[in-house]
Design a protein around this ligand. Structure first.
Ligand SMILES: *Cc1c(COP(=O)(O)O)cnc(C)c1O
Length: 570
């Protein structure tokens, strides 16, 4: 009997994502979007939702990062073997790419919750002997290759994914597109719901757009225009041939090029951004559409470190499946909360010292910064005035960095080098370490082991951000620009600290870097450092609030309950 049998009886919500990060052994994720998808699936399993996820097998992963002595990044494939972790299904489908049949097989992984819920994740794979060598490589590299490679991958995910679910016997009641990469699935659904030609006057009317809209939910993740996938119609013609009439597609995905976000918007009854502010920013980018907001969350159990789990279990039993229980964080005695934090901090410092020789210690205020190395995240903001940083921080702070740059993002790669050169410049004054090859394991070590979590994106470009929510789950407070989720989570000096002006006061200003850096240094010097060293009681109070006010809300169980009630069932 197929292990999928018990899943296909009840109609499911099908969640499509180009990347899903469940664990490091399955390296089919690049960063926040993928980790969010993994947390989504884990919460769906915990909540016993009728859910199935679809993604690409990405056999060579995103990449493994190596850094040379100057901090220059090179990339190696992050190979994984699907048969080690998943079971091959017996279904095979194909899509027509450039007039060839490209066959797709799939692998099923089951996310099993201790609460008995279970969600299958279907990994699509073109590495089959009946495909040409080139087509076999189409599901190798996550976000690799050129535009042609990318559009083919999105065709496999969207069109191949719908066909695969059908072939496996799934009945689907909602399709949830996690970002535009999967939006071609709408075209396949239009084919499925095609009206009988005799029943309509006009041939164009055979496409039942309303029926497809009823089935689809679309989540946009970036307020950056360049972050939205677009393909030329020339490329579309070449790859898709006559699959779907171009003049109809132009009405749905844009006249100039195939805009995947627009396609998703036009064919989804429910569209949302991933934080309240991001919903508003997206609304301004796409006037005429109604854009909702469901603020992201992280999977509480995954993102809480061992020592914190122990005290949560002791004082807040049931917290992992009901994070609302964090409201009772005050039940944890201060010494035990601090003790659990110190245990995580020691683990991190030992780890960082062992790989970097940075010679960090347990007592110094430790700042963490880890995320994708790309210009708008401004990993170098802390070094804007390096002499001032030295004056404020010498002997009082130490900083741990991590993060990968996209292989084609040279500016991002230079940012890593800048961290390296700043580290050397501050040698003997402020200890700085860079942890190579950021992944989920390193993320958990960092968000739980540092004292404060720094985030300095250029507004309004951080759609949500999730690493700060992970920090909050470990009693680590955020020190961040007021953008994304932090606008909702921040209460000054109570849950953490802001950097720069309130979002309402922000006008695009060439001086934003200077203004933000100035505020960063001021708060570090006058508030954060003194509180950490001289007022431990207040410090622990803020840690409590990070848990009781931030983790309480910014978790993926709350997020999924909202998707269910606002997007899936309506
Ligand atoms: C959580 C996480 C991210 C996302 O972090 P942001 O703060 O949202 O940028 C990226 N990479 C890894 C490995 C993560 O665990």
């Amino acid at each position: 009997m197929s292990p999928l049998k018990k899943y296909i009886a009840e109609p499911k919500i099908a969640y499509f994502s180009m990347e899903i990060g469940l664990k490091d052994e399955i390296p089919t994720y690049s960063g926040g979007l993928g980790v969010l998808a993994g947390d989504t699936v884990k919460s769906a399993a915990d909540l016993s939702l009728p859910f199935v996820a679809v993604t690409l097998v990405s056999r060579k992963g995103y990449f493994r990062q190596s850094l040379d002595a100057s901090g220059w990044q090179t990339e190696q494939p992050a190979l994984w073997e699907p048969s080690e972790f998943t079971s091959k299904t017996d279904a095979k489908v194909f899509v027509d790419i450039e007039g060839r049949k490209v066959f797709i097989q799939s692998w099923a992984y089951f996310v099993e919750s201790p609460r008995n819920g279970s969600v299958p994740v279907i990994y699509l794979d073109t590495d089959l002997p009946e495909n040409s060598p080139e087509d076999r490589r189409l599901t190798d590299h996550l976000y690799g290759g050129d535009e042609g490679y990318r559009i083919k991958q999105e065709m496999i995910l969207g069109i191949g994914g719908v066909r695969m679910l059908k072939k496996l016997g799934f009945k689907i009641k909602k399709y949830h597109m996690n970002e535009g990469h999967a939006a071609f699935l709408t075209l396949e659904l239009l084919h499925e719901f095609k009206r009988n030609i005799e029943s309509v006057w006009d041939e164009d009317k055979i496409w039942d757009i309303e029926a497809v809209k009823d089935l689809c939910v679309f989540t946009t993740h970036t307020p950056l225009e360049a972050g939205h996938d677009k393909f030329s119609y020339e490329l579309y013609d070449k790859v898709f041939g006559s699959y779907f009439p171009k003049h109809i597609l132009k009405q749905l995905a844009g006249e100039k090029n195939v805009n995947m976000t627009l396609l998703g918007f036009n064919l989804s009854d429910y569209v949302n951004g991933v934080a309240k502010r991001h919903g508003e920013v997206s609304q301004n980018m796409f006037p005429g559409y109604h854009i909702n907001a469901i603020t992201n969350g992280v999977h509480s159990y995954t993102w809480t470190c061992g020592s914190m789990k122990r005290i949560f279990d002791k004082y807040l039993p049931g917290w992992a499946n009901e994070p609302e229980i964090f409201v009772r964080v005050g039940a944890i005695p201060d010494e035990e909360l601090w003790g659990a934090h110190l245990e995580a901090k020691k683990g991190l410092i030992d780890y960082v010292n062992s790989i970097s020789g940075a010679g960090m210690d347990y007592e110094t205020l430790t700042i963490g910064f880890a995320r994708r190395a790309t210009a708008y995240k401004r990993a170098d903001l802390l070094f804007s005035d390096i002499n001032r940083l030295e004056r404020i921080g010498a002997g009082r702070i130490q900083v741990i960095y991590s993060g990968k740059a996209h292989p084609k993002d040279n500016e991002g790669k230079h940012l890593i080098q800048k961290i390296f050169s700043s580290r050397d410049r501050l040698k003997g004054k402020v200890k700085i370490a860079f942890v190579e090859n950021y992944n989920m394991e390193i993320a958990l070590r960092l968000v739980s082991g540092v004292d404060i979590w720094l985030n300095t994106p250029l507004r309004p470009l951080e759609a949500s951000g999730t690493s700060g929510m992970k920090a909050a789950h470990n009693g680590v407070m955020n020190f961040s620009v007021l953008d994304g989720w932090w606008i909702e989570g921040h209460i000054e000096s109570f849950t953490g600290w802001s950097i720069g002006p309130a979002p309402t006061e922000v006008t695009p200003d060439a001086d934003m870097n200077r203004i933000d850096a100035d505020d960063l240094y001021n708060k570090l010097e006058r508030i954060i450092i003194p509180t950490f060293y001289n007022d431990r009681k207040t410090w622990i109070r803020i840690m409590q609030n990070a848990i009781g006010k931030n983790a309480y809300y910014f978790n993926s169980h709350r997020m999924m309950r909202r998707y269910v009630t606002e997007a899936y069932i309506r």
